[in-house]
Design a protein around this ligand. Structure first.
Ligand code: SF4
Length: 436
């Protein structure tokens, strides 16, 4: 008899993608095989997102698609979880016969609910207490392993719905993180990306004084770990300890993704962010003083109500004077129950689009400048080789630029390092260096 099939779809951030991979792994262990979301399956899993109106819409459409399959074959099961489900459970119930709506802090229990065909207990986000320890995820067929170490956020920035969907900050236990990394190194993973909803809050709700810098030091000691990368980290959470770790680490990638959101002090205050532009500038200078060739990526939101031309140009000019590698630009999206949802002076959609394009153009210019800087300085770039493409081995480097290397020997899965030589395919051609 053929194995039962699971079709999974994920919207939103890397944390959600990681969680889907872990849930699907639980189904694999129970004899399931994977199929595409467009195909006929026994179980449909939708890990939804609510970061913008668009992701709400996409999550709803995926649920409707699964419901169509179920209308034809009622024995099929539909499981919906994630941030949209957390915020809009009633809306999902009204869409139709979804079998399981699981809250964001019980994803580890999905397989148990499914096996027992038991109605899931649905908790509101403000009641989440502990980190939901999801099973050790195998992340098959990838070179880079994402490790979730933290969930939730205590900040309540004016525009953001995430704390309502993920609850307060909760950190994963040190032992579970280190054990998972050790298991994954035995499976051949060498690069680890540490992620969370507000990563820098790791350890802050506990009393054992074990924070992100301590965890980094412990991960660095694990023999099979070759590269450690941090996902997004809030500017004010670059502690002196993290900066000092940066200075001495041999494994931490010089690549930092930082949510700036605005370069206008007035808008930063309106957004309820916890730093001023002067403080952000100081953090930027500190990082580049320690690692002058580091890749810095910033998130920027444009179109918050009240963002006049003058305030937008404050952001634009502030950014122009920073040394960064790329921007992630987010057009403001109004989210229910947030402070910003009641703000006056909404910005016209066309203006938001023009401002986004202007920021993206600046981003492309900075990326090019950064690439040229590394080439002119012959910076050594390292990365774990993913595949061969058009005759060149390719990897995402520690400096977040794609690197290419011409070499006959098989290099898949090897750590390569070499000096940046010239531009190639929006990345950099490196000269043969060390292989490990
Ligand atoms: S720090 Fe602010 S923007 Fe980030 S998740 Fe928390 S509330 Fe949202």
């Amino acid at each position: 008899m053929e194995n039962p099939k699971i079709a999974a779809i994920t919207f939103g951030c890397k944390v959600n993608q990681y969680e889907t991979a872990c849930i699907v792994d639980d189904f694999f262990e129970n004899g399931f095989q994977k199929t595409n979301f467009d195909d006929s399956a026994d179980v449909y899993l939708i890990n939804s997102c609510t970061v913008t109106n668009r992701t709400d819409y996409k999550s709803r459409s995926a649920i409707r698609k699964a419901l169509k399959f179920k209308a034809e074959f009622p024995q099929k099961k539909i499981i919906v979880t994630g941030c949209f489900a957390q915020r809009e459970k009633k809306q999902i119930e009204e869409l139709g016969a979804v079998d399981f709506i699981i809250d964001n802090n019980h994803k580890s229990q999905i397989i148990a609910y499914f096996q027992k065909q038991k109605k899931a207990v649905f908790q509101e986000a403000h009641n989440f207490q502990d980190f939901d320890e999801i099973s050790t995820c195998s992340m098959s067929a990838k070179t880079r392993a994402f490790i979730k170490i933290q969930d939730g956020c205590d900040y309540y920035c004016a525009y953001c719905a995430i704390p309502f969907a993920r609850g307060r900050s909760r950190s994963r236990r040190k032992k579970n993180i280190l054990d998972q990394i050790k298991i994954l190194t035995q499976k051949g993973f060498q690069e680890f990306v540490l992620g969370g909803i507000n990563l820098g809050l790791f350890g802050k709700e506990k009393s054992d004084n074990y924070f992100l810098a301590d965890l980094l030091a412990d991960i660095e000691k694990i023999a099979g770990v070759k590269l450690i990368r941090l996902s997004s980290i809030e500017p004010e959470l670059f502690s002196p300890e993290i900066l000092s770790f940066m200075k001495h680490s041999k494994k931490l990638c010089p690549h930092f993704h930082i949510p700036l959101q605005s370069g206008s002090d007035r808008l930063l205050r309106k957004m309820r962010r916890r730093y001023s532009t002067a403080e952000f500038q100081r953090m930027h200078d500190n990082i580049l003083q320690i690692l002058p060739e580091a890749a810095l990526g910033f998130d920027v939101i444009t179109g918050l109500p009240g963002e006049s031309d003058e305030l937008f140009f404050e952001t634009f000019n502030f950014l122009q004077n920073l040394d960064f590698t790329y921007l992630h630009v987010f057009p403001y999206s109004k989210r229910k129950k947030t402070k910003a949802a009641n703000m006056k002076e909404e910005v016209n959609g066309r203006i938001i689009k023009t401002r986004s394009q202007k920021l993206l153009k600046l981003s492309a210019k900075k990326t090019k400048e950064y690439r040229q800087k590394l080439i002119s300085q012959e910076t050594e770039l390292c990365g774990i080789v993913e595949k061969k493409e058009n005759g060149y081995w390719t990897a995402l480097s520690d400096h977040y630029l794609r690197i290419h290397l011409a070499k006959k020997n098989k290099l898949s899965g090897k750590l390569i390092c070499g000096k940046a030589r010239s531009e190639r395919d929006n990345g950099v051609l490196i000269e043969q260096g060390n292989f490990a």
